[in-house]
Design a protein around this ligand. Sequence first.
Ligand SMILES: Cc1cc2nc3c(=O)[nH]c(=O)nc-3n(C[C@H](O)[C@H](O)[C@H](O)COP(=O)(O)O)c2cc1C
Length: 506
Amino acid sequence: MATTSEHSAAAGDLRQFLKELEDENDLLVIKEEVDPAMELAAITRRVYETEEKAPLFENIKGRQGDGLFRVLGAPVGLSRVPGQRLGRIAKSLGLPSTASGKEIIDKINSARGLQPLDPTKVATGPVKEHKLFNDDIDLTTLPTPLLHQHDGGKFIETFGMHIVQTPDGSWTNWSITRAMTHDKRHLVGPIIPKQDIGVIYQMWKDKGQDMPWALCFGVPPAAIMVGGMPIPKGVDEAGFIGALVGKPVDVVKCETNDIRVPANAEIVFEGTVSISETAPEGPMMEYHGHVWPGQSKQCPLFKVNAITYRTDPILPICITGRATEESHTLWALTIAAEVLHLCQSAGLPIQMAWCPFESHAIWYVIQVDRQKLRALKTNMADFCTKLGHVVFGSKPGWYMGKVFLVGEDVDPTNLRDVIWAESTRCEPGTSEFLFDEYGNIPLIPYVGHGVKPERNHKKVVKCCMLPCEFEDEELAWKVGSFRGSYPADVQALVERKWEEYGFQSV
Ligand SMILES: Cc1cc2nc3c(=O)[nH]c(=O)nc-3n(C[C@H](O)[C@H](O)[C@H](O)COP(=O)(O)O)c2cc1C
């Protein structure tokens, strides 16, 4: 049995993470040559859809020797290993691979009560083993995979972490946002003004200077988890990650600017983001499983002035599309954790939040603590209205379309439970509370491509609880199920004799 610090080691180091996945039979090292012109991506997509082992591609057509790069697919996909479906998420956070959804959400939020552990500055690290500068860099010669046939280009950045800093150096943001190869020395990618990278980019624009930048691939698994999490503006992800893992992240200075990057990252691109030059970008298949071919947008250019990398480096990738990929296992779950924290900070009696993977980061299931709810002496309309303002008015609320409020008898991580509660207890109209004062991320298909509203597209709180659940101490109903419809001794008898009857063990 591994100790807690052994679990943290995988969260702090991608190579340790991969070694443990291999030991647990959840990694497949593919030595056969694979074509980056879609074969690699198609394999990875099938891996997500079959919940197969994470593929590590070692022999990519066009790769030169021991240099750039091997590719890791589905780094935080779901797992087929029995009892470890959420194992890669759990391991990324320093938990045992058998952790439950609730343990994962609680672990993310446990870092909030702790003192942030600022990164430790070190002189050098594995990421400095190899260095390329200026005209020695040619991004177009790298074996970058084409991820989907309708993408507008080759997206090298789908699971790396951008690092940018405010001009006064007081706030450093680590975050994931996609980028596509543009030419020998440039990437191109969207910078959304609502996101922290966009807020910092605007500060550099106001100053009239290109933004110093680094993009780090193969960072500690806990770092990429938090890089995809909407933590409050002004908070450094690095300190949060240190608290989460129980150890500061070692960081080393870039060669060409003052940004510090994780010393054990696999590959780092460093340079600047132009405040004036743009180029067409996209489209790229999105996290909700739709793409509108041919629709590109002008986006800022990212100039690469240096690349540093480890020997035999690894590029992790995410092949976005229908569930379940990292947009769902990482982004949506960290949104759920953030929302749980925001509800609790607002004094709401909420004990768990989750995003069913199948909802593609759009549904959030929020579970009440009924004893505390009853003590509030509130009712469905007042409570759901308050909840909606707290949730939808928040930073992560912009990404969230639909909230399902459930009682304690419904497990938010069990979609069957959620559908049962919604269909049986949520009355169309009466138990649904609409909000149109808050905007929505336009990427949601019904927002970007739906009927144009008078004001904003609506969001909804669906109350999947009956009015009596706000008042009664004991629920008056009983549940029709194996657990609900039979006394404990009958359940135990049937379980004991299950295989004797001729059934397979459960
Ligand atoms: C695999 C993955 C890919 C992502 N890609 C993008 C992206 O291309 N554009 C984007 O705006 N956000 C993307 N995100 C979400 C952001 O990383 C997330 O909203 C993050 O909280 C933004 O950083 P901030 O909290 O610093 O604003 C992605 C998240 C994940 C997990």
